[in-house]
Design a protein around this ligand. Structure first.
Ligand code: QAP
Ligand code: CO
Length: 168
């Protein structure tokens, strides 16, 4: 296992569109293990392969307090179900130190492949629904800051760029 480096906004590689996984083989298993190690070390609740500069449709999530409920989504697809929109304070490992309120649909259907390459369906609500939508955005080159006003996004960009300069 290995901890992976996480790309940070405004790194242009975060804008790459991820490709579907053709075979859930041992290389994907290695990637999943490394992504969970990276997620749990951060710690975070969700990580997309895009964030570790691997442009494949792979997402790992664990919203449990004890890091005991790992969820794998390979080639995920979402449909929005009839229902309300919810506001959530979102953060992102690629936008460290910034949290903003984002509005998204509350009820979705997700289909994906699991660690064994077997397809499954899920009807998440609440935080899990938010997190899956946030991570799927990453696979499409989109970040939560894209939902903010240009002014707010620019402020976050400048602050992170300054940090990156200071950290070398
Ligand atoms: C996405 O984000 C998410 O700023 C996952 O300094 C977040 O795991 C979806 C993190 C909230 C819904 C609600 C962020 C860790 C982790 C930071 C994360 C930080 C350290 C973010
Ligand atoms: Co994120």
């Amino acid at each position: 296992m290995a901890k992976l480096d996480i790309l940070e906004f405004p790194d242009p590689r975060l804008r790459t569109i991820a490709k579907p996984v053709a075979d859930v083989d041992h290389r994907i298993h290695q990637l999943l293990d490394d992504m969970f190690e990276t997620l749990y070390a951060a710690p975070g609740i969700g990580l997309a392969a895009t964030q570790v500069n691997i442009h494949k449709q792979v997402v790992v999530i664990d919203i449990s307090d004890e890091q005991t409920q790992p969820l794998v989504f390979i080639n995920p697809a979402i449909t929005v179900l009839e229902g309300e929109e919810h506001e959530y304070d979102e953060g992102c490992l690629s936008v460290p130190g910034f949290y903003e309120t984002i509005t998204r649909p509350d009820k979705i259907r997700v289909t994906a492949l699991d660690r064994e390459g077997k397809s499954f369906e899920m009807l998440p609500e609440g935080l899990l629904a938010v997190c899956i939508q946030h991570e799927l955005d990453h696979l499409n080159g989109k970040l939560f800051v894209d939902y903010l006003s240009p002014l707010k996004r620019q402020r976050i960009k400048k602050k992170l760029e300054k940090q990156h300069r200071q950290n070398g």
